[in-house]
Design a protein around this ligand. Structure first.
Ligand SMILES: [Zn+2]
Length: 332
């Protein structure tokens, strides 16, 4: 079922039918037994919900989907809080003139860029109704994907309700960037980045995937073969973390990948701390909520991923930088 996983379905059954987790699990496994195991837990939970007269789509229709569940091609709603405003820009493309506005909205699962094409919506950005910190409920937004990066586009058929009543306010912790004392040579716009480029960008971490790990050399990070590194046979073998994420700099978005200490830096953890979350999804959720929405200067290389036909940003270093410092670099 679109946008609902087993945990979502169970929690709806729990709320609406008043059953305990234990009772629901038993009913799901009975359902599976009766169907000779030909059905997944999720499928069985879905059937159970139908039998109990629970409309699983009701909450999606009412409140939209969580940001991490949004998929390209959906026309759907979402509820979140504005965490970053971008400028309204004018365009003149193929004889078509107009304006486009955008900003980032977050909930407890991620952030997504909202792109406005309707003048009535853009005016709300200009008159200050839409600003950082405002909670909004969007209906009929189109989820599109550009280079693997998801955005929600709103047209005149879409609605934006500001400060909707009865909506729990979702808070993304946004860490203000600290002063960066090192030197970042040049900040590139993500929209200008091509495969093969070595770039530094200043952007917001908008989506984080569960970190993975492989067994690798503690000295060079190379994958261990038969329990040791070919180059450093004496070195210890550690779990080397890999973190996939999306970053948005206001001009574009790109999928990024960071290894080892860079993965830890993106999450704001020490190398020891990241080891502790590798096998602990609950702990990762806590860290994720804090790391989403953080602004960082990331340096590295843009690689072309042929299999997925998209560019990916391989992070080589992570810095904190003051927004004023970045602005000065853009103006130079
Ligand atoms: Zn090695």
């Amino acid at each position: 079922m679109i946008g609902l996983n087993l945990a979502d379905i169970i929690s709806q059954i729990k709320d609406k039918a008043g059953l305990s987790d234990e009772e629901i699990k038993i009913k799901i496994s009975q359902k599976k037994d009766r169907l000779s195991g030909l059905i997944s837990d999720e499928g069985a939970a879905h059937i159970l919900a139908n039998e109990l007269g629970i409309d699983l789509m009701e909450s999606i229709r009412k409140h939209g989907l969580k940001i991490e569940k949004l998929q390209s091609g959906m026309r759907v709603g979402v509820t979140g809080k504005v965490v970053k405003m971008y400028e309204v820009r004018s365009f003149n493309k193929n004889g078509r003139e107009g304006r486009v506005g955008s900003f980032l909205v977050g909930d407890d699962t991620g952030l997504i860029r909202i792109v406005l094409w309707d003048e009535n919506h853009i005016l709300k950005m200009e008159n200050g109704d839409i600003k950082e910190g405002v909670v909004m409920k969007i209906e009929n937004g189109n989820v599109k994907e550009n280079n693997g990066y998801k955005e929600m586009h709103l047209g005149n058929y879409s609605t934006i309700e500001l400060n909707p009543s009865g909506v729990e306010i979702v808070i993304i912790q946004r860490t203000e960037p600290q002063n960066f004392s090192g030197s970042v040579n040049e900040i590139t716009k993500l929209s200008d980045a091509n495969a093969g480029d070595n770039i530094s960008i200043y952007g917001t971490i908008v989506q984080l995937f569960d970190p993975r790990a492989y067994d690798g050399c503690s000295e060079c990070g190379r994958k261990a073969v038969d329990g040791k590194c070919n180059n450093h046979p004496g070195a210890a073998i550690n779990k080397i973390p890999i973190l996939n994420f999306f970053v948005d700099d206001g001009y574009g978005g790109m999928r990024g990948v960071a290894f080892r200490d860079q993965a830890a830096n993106i999450l704001g953890l020490s190398e020891k701390e990241i080891q502790m979350i590798l096998d602990n999804p609950v702990k990762f959720q806590e860290v994720k909520t804090k790391a989403l929405g953080m602004q960082k200067v990331l340096s590295g290389r843009v690689n072309s991923n042929e299999m997925y036909n998209r560019n990916e940003f391989m992070v080589r270093s992570v810095h904190e930088m003051d927004a004023k410092e970045v602005l000065a670099k853009f103006l130079n």
